[in-house]
Design a protein around this ligand. Structure first.
Ligand code: C2O
Length: 546
């Protein structure tokens, strides 16, 4: 195994998109940021130096961080932010994961431009469980605002309303040639006739689930969230923010140029969204050059309609592990969490006149009716590790305070979550099941739910209210997929299982940043086990303080 050293300089950089230049926060002046490549088993040491004017942290999305919770990155959860002028060295080892992950800022909305791919090749000396691809291309799907994204969310939180939707989707930072002033920079993905390419597709968009297709080419899905899956073939992918999908494509079409395209899967009722399409171009290297002056448009793939829940669901339920896996059977902790939006009365005073949700309220979101509030004086992990009282409470409820028709017409008395910094405590090694139940409070919405520090098995999902009597028959305990982010079906539920074998404090949240801003999160506190190998490591000396 090797140790890879990197410097990440977080800085403000002029970035031109959609005919305008903005001073954007980048890593090393690059947007998207640098791609990190390692082998399973390697160690990464990344020194992050903050030369920007905002606080920042970096999260290594999907890395299990076994015993190294101090390197996980969410601000005020596992560390205090790196202040302007400060620095912090993240150090962690990749243990058992292979495939595609990514890294991103985990402070406010900085991840809009602060993100990059993290590629994990097989352990040295091992090969892929599929034919070795000729080429590999990371494709980061993103969103672009013709504004400063931090201003966009600040304004929304100030007014209590919904933030502006983005002005473009992007592939590797580029909107593509269907947008103004963007055609020259459209991303080209090369392919040779007859060769197989591995595309590593990452949804790094802030607030949007996305459909993804390539004209005339089928994709064979071979991995997701840095785990291999039983291969299956599809025309369309759907990724929630946070999710990654590895696909093989073969150059088996007439040598030419074909569009690679992504656009929203926005099934939320009445919620505004960006309805544009971002493109890149799959280009056969042997394609004849277009005659001078002739503009030959590549073929566009047909993408599903924005509200095509059937296609989205068919895709997300196609995932299986490559073979039989060890799913925890006897459950120690059976949890039921509602996941959804809510409304709060605006505080009296100056702000009340600007509360822009319906009837003078402001938007909020919650799990089990608790809207998550980050601490500010210590991170949760420090408070736990050093026994500092008063930072959080351990009374996050195992079930919703009241039972109701979660996906039906919900009474307005349930629209007002309480705010709190509550964690759910797990004994080391306990076997955990969580039913994640979407709600129709305010409106039914998509929720890609991401758990830090763990991969989990998604053993079932469905529409409507989870029924503990009948829905257990749908549990797949043989070969369910291992994920770090599950897209809850719209007006539906998903059941996940994992073994709490990684001590620390781990946030679980909706990966739509607007929902985190509204409080759609909770955290698990996992105790140390016996002995050093079951305990959190000591805090690094340069851990930033609040
Ligand atoms: Cu990819 Cu908590 O995030």
């Amino acid at each position: 195994p090797r140790i890879h050293y990197h410097d990440f300089i977080v800085q403000s950089t002029p970035v031109k998109r959609l005919c305008n230049t903005h001073s954007s926060i980048t890593v090393n002046g690059q947007f998207p940021g640098p791609t990190l490549e390692v082998n399973n088993g390697d160690t990464l040491v990344v020194k992050v130096v903050n030369r920007a004017r905002y606080n920042v942290t970096i999260h290594w999305h999907g890395i299990r961080q076994i015993r190294t919770g101090w390197a996980d990155g969410p601000e005020f959860v596992t560390q205090c932010p790196i202040r302007p002028g400060g620095s912090y060295k993240y150090r962690f080892t990749v243990q058992g994961q292979e495939g595609t992950l990514w890294w991103h800022a985990h402070s406010s909305w900085l991840r809009a431009t602060v993100y990059g791919a993290l590629i994990i090749h097989p352990k040295e000396g091992n090969s892929y469980p599929f034919p070795k691809p000729k080429r590999q291309t990371p494709l980061l799907l993103g969103e672009w605002w013709d504004a400063n994204p931090i201003d966009v969310i600040r304004e929304a939180t100030r007014t209590g309303g919904a933030p502006n939707v983005s002005d473009a989707y992007t592939i590797n930072g580029q909107p593509g040639d269907l947008y103004n002033c963007s055609s020259k920079e459209t991303v080209i993905v090369p392919v040779d006739s007859g060769e197989t390419n591995l595309l590593r597709v990452i949804n790094s968009a802030l607030n949007q689930q996305l459909f993804f297709s390539i004209a005339n080419h089928k994709m064979t899905v071979v991995g997701a969230d840095a785990s291999y899956v039983k291969p299956f073939t599809t025309n369309t992918l759907m990724l929630g923010p946070g999710q990654t999908t590895d696909v093989l494509i073969t150059g088996d079409q007439i040598p030419a140029r074909y569009y690679i395209a992504a656009r929203a899967y926005a099934s939320a009722q009445n919620a505004p969204f960006d309805n544009t399409t971002t493109t890149a171009i799959l280009e056969y290297k042997s394609a004849p050059c277009p005659a001078k002056g002739a503009s030959i448009r590549p073929v566009l793939p047909s993408l599903p309609a924005f509200n095509d829940t059937a296609t989205a669901t068919a895709f997300s339920t196609s995932f299986r592990s490559p073979g039989k896996v060890e799913v925890p059977k006897e459950i120690d902790e059976s949890l039921f969490f509602t996941v959804g939006l809510g409304l709060n009365r605006c505080p009296s005073g100056a702000m009340s006149s600007t509360c822009q949700a319906p009837n003078g309220t402001r938007f909020t979101a919650s799990m089990n009716n608790v809207s998550f509030v980050l601490p500010s004086s210590f991170s949760l992990l420090e408070a736990h590790h050093q026994g500092i009282p008063g930072v959080f409470t351990t009374d996050f409820p195992a079930a919703p305070p009241v039972k109701f028709d979660y996906t039906g017409n919900v009474s307005s008395s349930l629209w007002q979550p309480t705010r709190g910094t509550k964690v759910y405590r797990l004994e080391y090694g306990s076997k955990v099941q969580v039913v994640l139940q979407g709600t129709s409070i305010v409106t039914a919405e998509n929720h890609p739910i991401h758990l830090h520090g763990y991969d989990f098995y998604v053993i079932a999902e469905g529409f409507g209210n989870f029924n503990p009597e009948t829905d257990t028959s749908k549990f797949n305990l043989d070969d369910p997929p291992l994920r770090n982010t599950v897209s809850l079906p719209l007006k539906g539920w998903a059941v996940i299982r994992f073994v709490a074998d990684n001590p620390g404090v781990w946030i679980m949240h909706c990966h739509l940043d607007v929902h985190i801003s509204w409080g759609l999160a909770m955290a698990f506190l996992v105790d140390n086990g016996v002995g050093e190998l079951e305990s959190l490591e000591h805090a690094p000396e340069d851990l930033p303080l609040c």
